[in-house]
Design a protein around this ligand. Structure first.
Ligand SMILES: Nc1nc2c(c(=O)[nH]1)N[C@H]1C(S)=C(S)[C@@H](COP(=O)(O)OP(=O)(O)OC[C@H]3O[C@@H](n4cnc5c(=O)[nH]c(N)nc54)[C@H](O)[C@@H]3O)O[C@H]1N2
Ligand SMILES: Nc1nc2c(c(=O)[nH]1)N[C@H]1C(S)=C(S)[C@@H](COP(=O)(O)OP(=O)(O)OC[C@H]3O[C@@H](n4cnc5c(=O)[nH]c(N)nc54)[C@H](O)[C@@H]3O)O[C@H]1N2
Ligand SMILES: [Mo]
Length: 767
């Protein structure tokens, strides 16, 4: 049999696909240089063809009669030809622009889409909509929105993914790694833009013996990294700030804090200390106070504080901890705690944000390594929406909210264009979100699959996957540029997002400025050569495009060690000031004080979350639902593939419950359960898990939303989407971050559950 082997790549790794002479996929082989490929590396080749692929353009049946959102999400679809579909898209963009202006078009389109520097859906959409006169954009992200928003005030920086120590530094110098939220290995299967070499398991293995002791403070023992020296301290969810305050109190009262560092490198420690010691009124935030909130015994809090002061200590916060009500506080408090320990800027000491959150972030970075990039161009519309507030925007045009010290007014959105994200995955409180999504006149989506994103659109355009196009993979977390080569021809009538928008641009009269006369290979060559010229200026020697494309990769020399965060600032804060008003770390911020926000005071503080196990609402909904990143897929991507399907329980997403909580509800392993609160309900498959703190339930995010009655707000989700019950409030008036971890629920056994239909395509009506 004559076979062909073609290299392609994804967020979860690089791989070769073997095809036979008929183009059938016969094998998937992970990248030779990758020691630990992702568990779901074969997922895309498995589902790239099949009944869930969208074979041609479709329009929602009701939309053809009335241009409004009625029935959106529950309707049949009518197949149409490409010309008709593209005319509809172009005419509607032109109409909305003429009647309501560009501020009525939402193009913020959030989502991980696929790896590749050219065919990145949200980026090509922004290029296109910018040339169309502009669009309302989103700001922030779901991953670490609160950190992103608060760090400019505290550190003068917003490059959150650089606020992390590298492996060589931690191995050589850290003695004690204290991790709020832990660092579960499963999350290092990915990089946003493409993981290449998965080497975290090896680093943890080396960490045995000489490396640091990892202490995981988390509601789940499963969040521990796979290090041989590892301890777990169980904690009640959303109480990390109180725990850090308890530790800080021990440091301050036992004289274990570094007064010199605080005086020379920090602003406003005294103001914070008054709060900590209870001098401002309020209780002293000591270990006993913290124990009552966190459930961690006071003696353990004190002992940990002393151990931290006596060791070279790194404190780390997982991104999940700040994806919660008042998520700014644990971030700010983490930096404050590290400042009190006085080891910021020393090798192996200080703080990290998101150590272990993705694959390559802890690898030493290649200094000045550029990335081939598609230019996006300007956006004439300056109105934006915080990414977690989309539902508020769509439901309440004209309403104002606070954000970063200013009022922003929600625009009146008539048309939503979405590429490369799954809004019914990433948004919280889906029943309310569904109502919001039904408000605009038109929703246009490009998708490869009949997933919830496609099912909730009016005009659905079938997009290719990475396997059906050429691209380049390049990410700062890895020292490689890699060729992603087309493996198979487009499936059905699918087209590349870039090409679809070129056709629409043609109808709207700006194709020449959109394409600049380049096709796919023309752009790849151009993007590559621009980046290669920059790389050569920085002293590297990438070959010309043809040689690169033929070789399939170019590896930059990877440095032995990474830089140490804030090393220069530590040595000489006068010569290397931070970009904060004081030039120092702001433990107290006059700027934030000036905003006068009750939900984000002028220094880090414990603020009771809207929902938590210690609050009043817990009497009615006594379980805290955490929804972590899935081990078997990327969010909702690859949910229909083998690795994810094999993990389901009773056909539904598994939900872990403490055996005691399960027994109290008559729930046994493998039962279908109903998880609910005032906001909504979903079904899931029960798993008993002794590794959880009692009162905590946990389900991975990403099961395809599968309502009993499509398009109907309030309908039961049959498959296990946690966002049926999560809260859609901003973390605070400062950052308006999203908070998928904040949700109290009740759980009950559910007999005679309806079958899951998530993986059946919607009804189609042939005209
Ligand atoms: N409950 C809960 N909710 C959460 C989280 C949580 O922890 N708990 N986490 C939040 C976080 S951190 C994040 S980052 C978000 C992630 O949310 P999303 O990024 O929206 O999730 P994905 O499933 O990755 O969605 C990507 C979509 O793009 C499509 N796609 C892939 N490639 C292409 C392409 O080339 N072209 C087109 N047109 N489409 C493509 C996929 O099929 C998929 O529908 O979720 C957030 N939501
Ligand atoms: N396999 C896989 N890996 C991924 C992703 C994926 O979809 N699949 N998604 C990627 C993305 S988009 C992101 S943003 C990163 C996210 O990285 P994280 O946000 O760090 O990851 P999560 O898995 O959501 O959460 C980690 C753990 O935090 C704990 N936790 C939750 N709330 C609290 C709390 O209040 N206090 C404490 N102490 N612990 C708490 C939970 O037990 C949970 O298991 O992961 C990335 N990695
Ligand atoms: Mo994320």
């Amino acid at each position: 049999m004559a076979t062909r082997t073609t290299q392609t790549a994804s967020h979860w790794g690089v791989y070769d696909v073997v095809t036979d002479e008929h183009g059938a996929i016969v094998d998937t082989v992970p990248f030779h240089a990758d020691p630990h490929p992702a568990s779901f590396v074969r997922g895309l080749p498995e589902i790239v063809r099949g009944p869930l692929r969208i074979d041609q353009p479709y329009v929602r049946a009701g939309y053809l009669r009335h241009r409004n959102g009625q029935g959106r999400g529950g309707d049949e679809f009518v197949p149409v030809g490409w010309d008709r579909a593209l005319d509809l898209v172009a005419d509607e963009l032109a109409r909305v622009k003429a009647e309501h202006g560009n501020e009525a078009i939402y193009g913020g389109s959030y989502g991980w889409a696929s790896a590749g520097r050219l065919h990145h859906g949200p980026s090509v959409l922004k290029r296109f909509l910018g040339l169309h006169g502009g669009y309302v954009d989103k700001r922030g992200n779901h991953s670490f929105g609160a950190a992103l928003g608060i760090m400019p005030y505290v550190l003068g920086r917003s490059d959150i993914t650089n606020l992390v120590a590298s492996w060589p530094e931690v191995m050589a110098s850290t003695e004690l790694m204290v991790m709020f939220g832990g660092a579960a290995l499963k999350n290092t299967q990915l990089d946003p833009g493409g993981a290449v070499v998965h080497d975290n398991p090896d680093w943890y293995r080396h960490a045995g013996g000489s490396g640091p002791l990892f202490v995981t403070i988390s509601p789940s023992r499963a969040d521990q990294p796979p290090a041989s020296r590892s301890e777990w301290m169980p904690i009640r969810p959303h109480t990390d700030t109180a725990m850090m305050l308890g530790i800080a109190h021990t440091l301050a009262t036992e004289g274990l804090h570094d007064r010199e560092f605080l005086a020379r490198h920090c602003e406003g420690y005294e103001r914070f200390e008054s709060y900590l010691l209870g001098r401002e009124g309020g209780p002293p935030r000591g270990a006993d106070w913290a124990a009552a909130i966190t459930g961690v015994p006071a003696g353990e809090i004190r002992a940990l504080a002393r151990r931290m002061a006596a060791s070279r200590t790194m404190v780390n916060l997982s991104w999940s901890v700040q994806r919660a009500d008042h998520g700014e506080q644990p971030v700010w408090m983490l930096v404050t705690l590290a400042a009190m320990l006085g080891q910021i800027g020393l090798p192996g000491g200080g703080f990290s944000i998101g150590f272990g959150a993705v694959n390559g972030m802890m690898a030493p970075r290649v200094e000045g390594m550029p990335r081939p990039t598609l230019p996006l161009g300007p956006n004439a519309i300056k109105t934006y929406v915080p990414v977690g507030r989309i539902a508020d925007m769509l439901l309440h045009p004209g309403r104002q909210i606070e954000c970063f010290g200013r009022a922003i007014t929600f625009p009146d959105i008539r048309l939503v264009y979405s590429i490369g994200g799954n809004p019914f995955h990433h948004n919280t409180n889906l029943n309310r979100f569904l109502r919001a999504w039904q408000a605009p006149e038109t929703v246009i989506v490009h998708e490869p699959w009949w997933n919830p994103a496609a099912r909730h659109a009016d005009i659905v355009l079938p997009a290719t996957t990475t396997m059906e196009r050429n691209d380049i993979l390049a990410h700062e977390n890895s020292p490689y540029w890699l060729a992603m080569r087309q493996v198979i021809p487009p499936v059905g009538q699918a087209r590349n997002d870039f090409d679809i928008l070129a056709e629409v641009a043609g109808r709207l009269g700006f194709e020449a400025s959109y394409t600049e006369g380049r096709d796919e290979m023309g752009w790849l060559r151009h993007m590559y050569e621009v980046a290669a010229a920059k790389a050569r200026e920085a002293g590297y020697a990438p070959p010309g495009f043809d040689a690169f494309w033929q070789a399939g990769q170019f590896a930059f020399p990877q440095p032995e060690a990474g830089s140490i965060l804030l090393e220069d600032f530590r040595r000489d804060p006068g010569a290397h000031p931070l970009a904060t008003p004081s030039g120092r770390i702001e433990i107290h911020s006059r700027t934030i004080e000036g905003y006068g926000y009750a939900d984000c005071p002028a220094h880090p503080a414990w603020l009771e979350p809207a929902e938590w196990l210690g609050g009043e609402r817990a009497a009615r909904y006594p379980l805290h639902l955490l929804s972590n990143q899935p081990a078997t897929r990327l969010h909702s991507q690859l949910d229909p593939a083998q690795a994810s399907r094999a993990s389901k329980v009773a056909g539904r997403e598994p939900i872990s419950l403490h055996p005691g909580d399960a027994a109290a509800r008559g729930i046994r392993e493998g039962d279908v359960v109903r998880v609910f609160n005032d906001r909504g309900a979903f079904l899931a498959g029960a798993v008993l898990a002794g590794h959880l703190v009692p009162g905590v339930a946990q389900i991975a995010t990403g099961a395809w939303y599968d309502p009993l009655r499509g398009g109907e707000s309030g309908s039961l989700d049959k498959h296990g989407n946690p966002n049926m019950v999560t809260l859609d409030k901003g973390t605070s008036s400062l950052t308006q971050g999203s908070m998928a971890q904040t949700a109290l629920v009740e759980i009950e056994r559910f007999d005679d559950a309806p079958p899951v239909t998530a993986f059946e395509p919607p009804a189609v009506r042939r005209a």
